[in-house]
Design a protein around this ligand. Structure first.
Ligand SMILES: *Cc1c(COP(=O)(O)O)cnc(C)c1O
Length: 385
């Protein structure tokens, strides 16, 4: 049996070595604390769970869902976009329900990329942007992204021959893993660039609601001309502690929404309508739960940033996301420092090189660990000094 060649071109799993060491320590009975995974530790808010409990009992929800999402769910997405960003969207033509935003991001490649084409992806980023291209037998061009450019991927240096075959440019701010946030001016430049070169700009806004100290992350669709070339991905996973439910949406440019919808019509049958009803409760209900989560993560962020700085580790305190992106000390690599924290403090962090070559020299720490465990991890890290 022979699998498709593209499978051989997918990036190897870069965290395998750390995972193996972690498993060996646990095997020895050592108490390992993981600050590695970006998966909210708190349960889904109860009003959302209650909406699901009610929806699951309705027989009409037991049949095939609407492919594009129920009109009620898409209306709730529109209501959210209006309330949160003052962006007007037509639920029928400019919004598409997704089975988690990862699904939509991955399938966008099928809708727009031919074999041999290019996808432009940030040099440090969510692996699905380039993985989706690989599965389409297309190429990824990594846009430089580093501390000097504020971790705002630099599309100005993309070579002409790449631009001719570039179909999608992926950006995502607030950014996983760096925590960087984009300015309106950066978005405007990216929109002008993509409109000029006839490239679809796909903005991944999974962390827009996880903001600190009064910051409120924007939608790219707030910018002029955005609907001419942009599709934006939203996820209920991080905002409402719903990673396991698999619900999100895409919105923006009508042609892009229609093309992604066509791919999905042929591949899946939509998300369970009861889950969409829970999504409506999340998007249109009280947002107090989101505010509470942000305050919790903000406290944890401060604990982690203080501990790292006490250790002499350089890091920005992020304005958004559930991650702290920290420079490893002089003489260490991402892998060696992550290994040291694991072996000497029994704390798991993610080596930055797992997000692309320019992530080398960094580690990512996630804020989704319960308070008592996080405090214990902080103590252990501080005692390394
Ligand atoms: C978590 C995350 C998502 C959201 O994934 P879902 O499939 O909606 O759970 C998308 N993009 C990035 C960068 C993420 O970190």
């Amino acid at each position: 049996m022979q699998t498709a060649e593209c499978l051989n071109h997918l990036s190897p799993y870069l965290f395998a070595q750390i995972d193996a060491k972690k498993a060996a320590l646990i095997e020895q009975g050592i108490d390992v604390i993981s600050l590695g995974i970006g998966d909210p530790d708190k349960p889904t808010p109860s009003h959302i769970v209650d909406a699901m409990a009610e929806a699951i009992r309705k027989p009409e929800n037991h049949q095939y869902p609407d492919y594009a999402g129920s009109l009620e769910y898409r209306r709730a997405c529109a209501t959210y976009m209006k309330r949160r960003f003052d962006v007007d969207l037509d639920p029928a033509t400019e919004i598409l329900a997704l089975i988690g935003s990862k699904e939509g991001i991955a399938h966008l490649h099928t809708a727009f990329v031919n074999p041999g084409d290019y996808v432009l992806a940030p040099a440090i980023g969510y692996p699905v942007y380039s993985g989706g291209a690989t599965l389409q037998n297309a190429n990824t061009y990594f846009m430089p992204m580093n501390k000097e450019n504020g971790f705002l991927a630099d599309f100005g240096t993309v070579p002409e021959e790449v631009l001719k075959r570039a179909k999608i440019m992926f950006l995502g701010y607030p950014n996983n893993p760096t925590g960087a946030c984009a300015t309106a001016e950066y978005f405007d430049r990216a929109i002008a660039f993509c409109c000029e070169h006839d490239i679809l700009l796909a903005h991944d806004n999974a962390y827009c609601d996880i903001c600190y100290n009064g910051y409120s992350a924007p939608s790219i669709l707030q910018r002029p001309h955005a609907k001419e070339c942009c599709i934006e991905f939203f996820s209920l996973s991080k905002s409402y502690n719903m990673t396991g439910w698999r619900i999100g949406f895409a919105c923006g440019n009508q042609q892009a929404i229609e093309a992604l919808g066509t791919v999905k019509n042929n591949l899946d049958s939509g998300q369970f309508t009861a889950i969409q009803e829970a999504g409506i409760a999340a998007l249109t209900g009280s947002q107090t739960c989101v505010e509470e989560m942000c305050l919790l993560y903000q406290r944890r962020r401060d604990l982690i940033v203080d501990a790292l700085r006490a250790l002499g580790v350089e890091c920005e305190s992020p304005k958004a996301t559930i991650y702290v992106w920290a420079k490893v000390p002089e003489g260490e690599t991402s892998e060696s420092f992550a290994t040291k924290l694991l072996e000497e403090a029994h704390v798991v962090v993610t080596p930055g090189n797992g997000y692309g070559p320019q992530g080398e020299g960094y580690i990512r720490i996630s804020l989704t660990t319960p308070d008592d465990r996080l405090l214990e991890a902080v103590d252990r890290i501080k005692s390394l000094v």
